[in-house]
Design a protein around this ligand. Structure first.
Ligand SMILES: NC(=O)c1ccc[n+]([C@@H]2O[C@H](COP(=O)([O-])OP(=O)(O)OC[C@H]3O[C@@H](n4cnc5c(N)ncnc54)[C@H](O)[C@@H]3O)[C@@H](O)[C@H]2O)c1
Length: 367
């Protein structure tokens, strides 16, 4: 089992990673102070059908009353409706200020359950039990929330968990597209902060679904430690944390223009990272491995930019991004592999670069 500590201004908490981490969960909960009065497991339909019984089984005999509530699967379920339903269930079951919420699922459940925990009776404790690769990113850092019909992740609070129990055994049932989606964020973490990890990934990870448990635990630990370092310096995103947005400025615009659900978050981010790399090369004049990284992503079946998307509409959407200031686009770029910085890029340069990127993508990437 790998163990690491996350340090933020508001809380210090452990992350346990490995095939048998759930064995430690009952003792961890028993040791929390003040004593936990009741436990509510929140999960989605897919994950609960696979892992709720096993998880609840570990907690049945530790003395607290145990409840579970399940919402449908899918990102659109990170909604006001389900938030309300979870709160109603918690009130009906009599959860009090010393109760504990367990988020059993991917990033959708982690964000929703964290938001329920962060706001129920002005905030109660919660534990993240992530079940997707992508959730290495969402389970750590304390950003919780739900979507508004007018925008993704628009309503939320910062609320750090008591701990993260990352069972690598749960990842075995992930569909291929979900592995790829999570791997895009792993690659992102390596590119923005850890050159050595990037070379390790290129060398050691030839396929995702058959990755050994040891390698998977190592990969998760490395990626989480990068996120943890950034978050520990800037918990509430007043500066440095913005580098975690590498690949996301164009990525979010692609998701929005293609229609949410038409392309996975990780696939969109992979295209956004390739564009940010290309832009970094043009601005710095350095070789930042664009061709090599592009080929590498292609080998993993990450897609080309959807052909119907046009540069002008993408730019307009990028200008409305949460991270833009006064309509100017702030791009996360690379100085070197493993070193990111944020720079405002002017519209006309961005438009030319997007047009060129679209052309190159059509010629080279879709083959
Ligand atoms: N809070 C943050 O800092 C942060 C960071 C990144 C992403 N996010 C959020 O995370 C969400 C995306 O996370 P995600 O990709 O984990 O999505 P998800 O939770 O919707 O999971 C994706 C799909 O996989 C299924 N699934 C989950 N675990 C499984 C398993 N072990 N086996 C089989 N199927 C399984 C789910 O039911 C779902 O259908 C988005 O809402 C995004 O906004 C938050």
């Amino acid at each position: 089992m790998e163990t690491m500590k996350i340090n933020t201004d508001s809380k210090r908490y452990p992350v346990f990673i490995g095939g048998t981490v759930l064995e430690e969960l009952p003792d961890f909960i028993q040791a929390l102070s003040p004593r936990v009065t009741s436990i509510l497991i929140l999960s989605d339909e897919t994950v609960s059908s696979l892992y709720l019984k096993e998880t609840a089984g570990k907690l049945e005999n530790i003395g607290q009353s145990l409840h579970s509530f399940v919402v449908p699967s899918g990102d659109k379920e990170k909604s006001f409706h389900n938030y309300y339903e979870c709160l109603t269930f918690a009130l009906e079951q009599g959860l009090d200020r010393h109760s504990l919420i367990l988020a059993l699922g991917g990033g959708m459940i982690g964000d929703l359950a964290g938001f329920v925990a962060g706001t129920y009776m002005r905030g109660i404790r919660f534990i993240q039990v992530p079940t997707t690769l992508l959730a290495h990113d969402s389970a750590v850092g304390g950003k919780t929330g739900i979507n508004h019909p007018l925008g993704k992740n628009m309503v939320g609070v910062f609320h750090q968990p008591e701990a993260v129990f990352y069972s690598t055994a749960f990842l075995k049932s992930l569909p291929e597209a979900e592995w790829r989606s999570g791997f895009a964020e792993v690659i992102k973490h390596s590119l923005i902060a850890d050159e050595e990890f990037y070379y390790w990934l290129v060398k050691e990870v030839s396929g995702l679904q058959d990755i050994s448990e040891d390698k998977l635990a190592y990969l998760l630990k490395r990626a989480i430690s990068i996120k943890a370092q950034v978050v520990s310096q800037d918990e509430r995103e007043s500066g440095l944390r913005a580098i975690l947005n590498f690949g996301h400025t164009l990525g979010h615009a692609i998701e929005s223009k293609a229609g949410y659900g038409a392309i996975s978050h990780g696939d969109a981010v992979s295209i956004g990272m390739r564009f940010a790399l290309k832009l970094s090369e043009s601005i710095s004049g350095k070789n930042l491995h664009y061709n090599m990284i592009s080929d590498w992503l292609h080998d993993y079946q990450f897609p080309a930019l959807p052909p119907q998307l046009e540069a002008v509409e993408l730019l307009e959407t990028m200008k409305r991004d949460k991270k833009s200031t006064m309509g100017h686009v702030n791009m996360v770029l690379l100085e070197e592999i493993g070193q990111a910085y944020v720079q405002e890029v002017n519209d006309s340069f961005l438009l030319d670069s997007l047009q060129e990127f679209i052309l190159t993508d059509k010629e080279q990437y879709s083959e």
